[in-house]
Ligand binder design. Structure first.
Ligand SMILES: [Zn+2]
Length: 272
């Protein structure tokens, strides 16, 4: 089994989004009032080359995100900036790795924010899994008002609901993604209410494909909630559950936008 970190361009957001300031509504308003931008952060998608087939976790950014400055949505228009070239989209990068479109058995989306679903158009033939709650939150006009871009989904996009079942360690719900049981989706609510992460178990190491549970490893270890999570308590419980896992088992924590993720994956560096 091999995991590839595929960087699909980069993104800048406000520093108050990465590390929430204050509490309650103020924490979420701070994203809009903050004048400080982060450096350019990577946006990773992950390809798991598994003997049962390739599993892609998230699809990263698409070049359509270069037009967000014209959006009518205040967050999309003012609070986020993207860089991406056509050949940096996930489809061309998989081909360069020797992975053809039909080799991708399934695509699993941690959530449907625009920098995670931006490469969907490359996978018309794959099974695509999204939690039911996330899909319901992101679809239609209500989704657009929440800052999702369902209008950019391919016309054929009709994901298979990923219904989570029994708990998995400290996580309240989970679903096996392979018959072998070594790739498992777990509920990691917080950044969005129905956010999931994907755990890949290889030898005695767990590779934790974290999506946006936090923007980097230090913030997870510090239990620091971001500026966009709706419920601070739920977010903090998820960060605690991840830290608890990392304390018990060697865990390589791989958030989507952590500049250190690719190096930690390459060298299997555990969090604790
Ligand atoms: Zn997100």
């Amino acid at each position: 089994m091999k995991i590839h970190a595929i960087q699909t361009g980069s993104v800048r957001i406000k520093t108050a989004q990465v590390e929430g300031r204050g509490h309650g509504l103020m924490r979420r308003i701070s994203v809009f009032t903050d004048r400080h931008w982060t450096n350019w952060l990577p946006t990773y998608a992950w390809a798991i080359e598994h003997r049962e087939g390739v599993i892609l976790v998230d699809t990263g950014q698409g070049t359509h995100l270069l037009e967000t400055g014209r959006s009518l949505h205040p967050y999309v228009r003012w609070e986020v900036r993207f860089r991406i070239e056509p050949e940096q989209e996930v489809g061309p990068q998989l081909r360069a790795l020797g992975i053809a479109q039909h080799d991708v058995k399934c695509v699993v989306l941690t959530h449907l924010h625009m920098d995670h679903d931006g490469g969907l158009a490359h996978f018309p033939q794959s099974k695509i899994f999204v939690t039911r709650g996330e899909f319901d939150t992101a679809r239609g006009w209500a989704g657009r008002l929440r800052g999702y871009l369902p209008n950019r989904w391919p016309a054929w996009f009709d994901p298979i609901p990923l219904d989570l079942g029994e708990s998995f360690g400290p996580f309240s719900a989970s679903k096996r993604l392979t018959a072998a049981g070594d790739v498992v989706a777990v509920a990691t609510p917080g950044h969005t209410a129905h956010h999931i992460s994907v755990l890949v178990q290889s030898g005695n190491t767990t590779f934790f494909l974290a999506g946006d549970t936090s923007y980097n490893e230090e913030l997870m270890l510090a239990g620091c909630v971001d500026g966009v999570s709706a419920n601070e308590q739920i977010s903090r419980a998820t960060l605690n559950a991840i830290k608890q896992t990392a304390t018990k088992f060697p865990t390589v924590y791989l958030p989507t936008h952590d500049a250190g993720s690719a190096a930690r994956l390459a060298r299997s560096v555990p969090s604790v």
